[in-house]
Ligand binder design. Structure first.
Ligand SMILES: CC(C)(COP(=O)(O)OP(=O)(O)OC[C@H]1O[C@@H](n2cnc3c(N)ncnc32)[C@H](O)[C@@H]1OP(=O)(O)O)[C@@H](O)C(=O)NCCC(=O)NCCS
Length: 136
């Protein structure tokens, strides 16, 4: 999957937020701590450092939502952490019901909140919920 393809899916999946450019994806992928899990219409990008792994972004093209892709990408990431990392983290916008439900069903639990963390294009902002998952 090319950086441009990642940027296209990200742009389609996050219409209310600043789109990440192909250059940004390219430089993230240059890092040895960053991993990409992908399917033709969705991807998860993660970073693992010193026993902690973080979900940088998860995006599925809208036409392919609710077909199990997001869950499959998350499970693929979490499977790679077994025996290697102690905790997985992510941040999700407080109003993102779909992603919040996906993460809770996978076993992530809220551990904190960042107030007004996500700036929206309409000049509003939304809290970020910080969630963690204990890798067993
Ligand atoms: C969040 C996202 C990645 C989910 O991907 P997806 O492939 O549609 O999700 P799945 O089909 O694997 O769904 C898994 C579970 O998530 C939850 N879920 C997914 N979409 C949902 C929705 N629209 N409403 C409520 N729950 C939803 C459900 O619990 C679902 O299980 P179910 O279908 O058995 O009820 C996708 O909606 C997306 O790309 N959204 C825009 C970008 C985004 O918000 N990324 C996450 C940022 S933290």
């Amino acid at each position: 999957m090319t950086p441009q393809h990642l940027a296209d899916i990200h742009h389609a999946a996050f219409p209310q937020e600043r789109a990440w450019s192909a250059d940004e994806f390219e430089s993230l992928l240059d890092s040895t701590s960053v991993a990409l899990f992908h399917r033709p219409h969705g991807f998860a990008l993660t970073r693992t450092i010193a026993g902690e792994s973080e979900l940088l972004t998860l995006a599925v093209a809208p036409a392919f939502h609710r077909q199990g892709l997001g869950r499959a990408l998350m499970l693929e990431w979490l499977a790679t952490l077994e025996g290697a990392s102690s905790t997985a983290f992510l941040e999700v916008a407080a109003d993102n019901t779909a992603a919040g439900r996906l993460y809770r069903n996978l076993g992530f639990a809220e551990v904190g909140r960042r107030t007004a963390y996500y700036a929206r294009k309409n000049m509003t902002s939304v809290d970020a919920i910080v969630m963690a998952y204990k890798v067993t």
